[in-house]
Design a protein around this ligand. Structure first.
Ligand code: AMP
Ligand code: MG
Length: 407
């Protein structure tokens, strides 16, 4: 492995080459948050669908100050019964249809009721005095937001609250979305016990099932299996075989090196999973393994929890997103200025956990302390991974670094 490490970009390209989008499915809008859109959305109507009032007040013709007779009302959802004629006003609410014949809306605060001839009875005539107003004042024009026929969203975007809201206003009760890729998480290690279990000699608690399953869910994956596997070849073969049957993506952590108790690679070989890479010029994350079995993608991630999380974020998350249909151009990219210098590694890129702060000149990134791959708390408070390219000397304070956002 050490001889033929590939760089991060090459490794990611190999993941992308294998991650073909899964067949889309129809999803109810109320369930669509976080899904990836699998169709272009063209509007079949104008938004707003009609000229609407932006104020509570009176709909009128444009013109000089004058006194008008109030002849009806247009409320939100209840248009006026008739059109407006010269000399008339129609009481109107925000969001109500501007009646035919009206050209402007006058805010109620700028008007004065001048008479209530006839009291409240059937003969009551309400008159209102209005100031000068121009054509279109306080009128929201039909189509100002969206024009009928316009494409408002493209396949490949992840649906956030705003996208869901726009789809609702376009009347889409269902949308075509990429499915949530099925993900199985296995961890290997005789030293591992579940949280909630007392520690025996030499034991530690398994952090990686929790880390990787949480990351997968954040990335839009659906967990279909999680297991803690002992450092035995047969057990590893059995657990991996089952996971490959169940899942679109399998992540297995630990046991992926060449020690006498590392069984992941021999097990994958036995199962016929075809290797696409093993060994990335990355710190942390060197012993990362990637291969395919039919349409299932398998990642062998290092056991150290930080390494597992970093490599999940850089490689497995990419796979989950692409299976779900994310278009590469829609992915978030960012840069920041580095606070404090960092020694470079001559042969490996580094993924430095950073806290971000926004300043007038953009983002600034502070490393979150010790960067050892076993220092899991260095992930606490980390907003991003700063990618420091391999090279000699140090990356000086103030230099720009590329970011992979963690949140
Ligand atoms: P390995 O890759 O199996 O050699 O493991 C590398 C290091 O990561 C060892 O110190 C393991 O104890 C630790 N490790 C492996 N798996 C986990 C896990 N699931 N949770 C926490 N630490 C782990
Ligand atoms: Mg191990």
């Amino acid at each position: 492995m050490a001889e033929d490490l590939i760089d991060v970009a090459t490794a990611r390209a190999r993941v992308l080459a294998e991650a073909r989008p899964l067949a889309p499915e129809r999803v109810e809008l109320a369930e669509a948050l976080g899904r990836v859109l699998a169709e272009d959305i063209a509007s079949d109507l104008d938004l707003p669908p009609f000229d609407a009032s932006a104020m509570d007040g009176f709909a009128t013709r444009a013109g000089p100050p004058e006194e008008l007779e109030v002849v009806g009302e247009s409320r939100a959802g209840h248009p006026a019964a008739r059109a407006l004629a010269p000399g008339e006003a129609i009481r109107i609410s925000t969001g109500a249809v501007v009646p035919d014949g009206a050209e402007a809306v006058v805010a109620v605060e700028r008007t004065e009721t001048v008479s209530h001839g006839g009291g409240q009875g059937p003969g009551a005539r309400e008159r209102v005095s209005v100031p000068a107003r121009g054509d279109g004042d306080h009128v929201r024009r039909a189509g100002e937001d969206v024009r009928g026929g316009e494409t408002v969203m493209s396949a490949g975007v992840r649906l956030g609250p705003a996208e869901v809201a726009v789809l609702a206003s376009l009347g889409r009760a269902e949308v075509e979305c990429g499915p949530r890729p099925r993900m199985a998480v296995l961890v290997t290690g005789d030293e591992l016990v579940e949280p909630g279990t007392a520690l025996g000699p030499g034991q530690i608690r398994d952090a990686n099932v929790y880390a990787l399953a949480a990351q997968a869910e954040r990335a839009g994956g659906r967990i279909v299996g999680r297991a803690l596997v002992r450092d035995e070849l047969e057990a590893t073969v059995a657990a991996l075989g089952e996971a490959i049957e169940l899942a679109d993506v399998v992540c297995v952590s630990g046991g992926v090196s060449v020690g006498p108790h590392d069984h992941v690679k021999p097990a994958l070989e036995r199962l016929g999973v075809r290797e696409r890479f093993w060994g990335v010029a990355l710190k942390p994350g060197k012993p990362t393994w990637f291969g395919v079995h039919g349409s299932t993608l398998v990642f062998g991630l290092p056991g150290n929890p930080v390494s597992a999380m970093v490599t999940f974020h850089l490689f497995a998350r990419l796979a989950l997103e692409h299976l779900a249909g994310v278009v590469e151009a829609a992915r978030e990219r960012a840069v920041a200025r580095l606070e404090g210098s960092l020694p470079r590694e001559s042969r490996r890129d580094q993924a430095i956990r950073c806290r971000l702060e926004t300043r007038p000149d953009g983002w600034h990134a502070w490393p979150t302390g010790s960067q050892g791959s076993h220092i899991l708390t260095s992930m606490l408070g980390a907003d991003a991974l700063a990618l420091v390219p391999a090279g000699e000397g140090e990356l000086a304070a103030g230099e720009r670094v590329e970011l992979e956002l963690l949140r």
